[in-house]
Design a protein around this ligand. Structure first.
Ligand SMILES: NC(=O)c1ccc[n+]([C@@H]2O[C@H](COP(=O)([O-])OP(=O)(O)OC[C@H]3O[C@@H](n4cnc5c(N)ncnc54)[C@H](OP(=O)(O)O)[C@@H]3O)[C@@H](O)[C@H]2O)c1
Length: 272
């Protein structure tokens, strides 16, 4: 009898945090994990079922080469992303563009490269890691928010577009999780954090509070477990809130008017 091959999953941003936790959990469950990262050498000995591949999300040719190297991908986890912290008026052109180039365009480049093989195979699963900040705006996080709102839009549209081919698309909206995100992957605009910035009240009060909430956030293994459940369940919901903050704010967003919700967020974060 012919041995059935293991399901193959491609995960972006596998070097740390949720990506790494998901790579490990799925490898332990017997999936073949292709761990896309900027630093494959750091993942060489992680688990026998994990194969690291180098991928530069900003470069279509690099993405296509990595996807080709990955072979037949059954499941794609679009996880890579970082946060840009700046007021709108102080942000530099390159900073604004870079936020979308990674969080949105990078996700779309990988997705576009993976779809043809899933379509030919007659099915697949795509899980986009957005954020509860893909449904909730905050000052100084406009670009990050907009990139994650866009990821939510991508999920909505692709669910229709790929349904005829048996490809499921889902989004996971994490609250705050204790990963490398605040320590390594928050980039700040220096002008917004200068003593004479008109937005000093936010950079002085809100930004450190959010960093603290991330560093004391939930365990990224929770996101990994949610992703594993979505992969296993053909009837999994379109989007799942993960962690304490998302479970608090996402239902509130659905239930309250925009104005009442805004009032609650202003009170919660002392936004005046
Ligand atoms: N932590 C939170 O509180 C939180 C909350 C909501 C949503 N999220 C989202 O969850 C996802 C995973 O983040 P995490 O919390 O696990 O943080 P993390 O530990 O910082 O991991 C993020 C990964 O994204 C990749 N990445 C970051 N900047 C990149 C860049 N400029 N170019 C290419 N890849 C880049 C990196 O992958 P490599 O180093 O392997 O290349 C990095 O390992 C992100 O999309 C983030 O926006 C996080």
């Amino acid at each position: 009898m012919m041995k059935r091959r293991n399901k193959r999953v491609l995960i972006t941003g596998s070097g740390s945090g949720m990506g790494r936790a998901t790579a490990l959990l799925l490898a332990e469950k017997g999936y073949d994990v292709i761990a896309a990262t900027r630093t494959p050498e750091a993942l060489y000995d992680l688990h026998p079922n994990i194969v690291p591949v180098a991928m530069d999300l900003r470069d279509r040719a690099s993405v296509e080469a990595a996807v080709k190297e990955a072979g037949q991908v059954d499941i794609l986890i679009n996880n890579a992303g970082y946060g840009f912290v700046s007021s709108v008026e102080e942000a530099k052109e390159a900073e604004m563009v870079a936020q979308f180039d990674i969080n949105l365009m990078g996700l779309l480049r990988v997705t576009a490269a993976v779809i043809p093989a899933m379509r030919r195979a007659g099915g697949g699963v795509i899980v986009n890691i957005s954020s509860f900040l893909g449904k909730i705006g905050l000052p100084m996080l406009t670009f990050y928010n907009a990139s994650k709102y866009a990821v939510e839009g991508v999920t909505d549209s692709l669910r229709y577009e790929l349904r005829p081919f048996g490809i499921r698309v889902h989004s996971v909206m994490p609250g705050f999780f204790d990963t490398c995100f605040a320590r390594k992957n928050l980039r700040i605009n220096e002008r917004s954090f200068a003593p004479d910035s008109p937005y000093r009240c936010f950079s002085e009060n809100l930004a450190p509070r959010i960093v603290d909430e991330i560093n004391h956030g939930n365990d990224p293994k929770e996101v990994a477990r949610i992703i594993a459940k979505i992969i296993d369940d053909p009837d999994a919901p379109a989007r799942v809130a993960a962690g304490e903050k998302a479970r608090k704010f996402i239902p509130m967003r659905r239930e309250l008017s925009d104005e009442d919700f805004e009032r609650r967020v202003r009170e919660y974060y002392n936004l005046g």
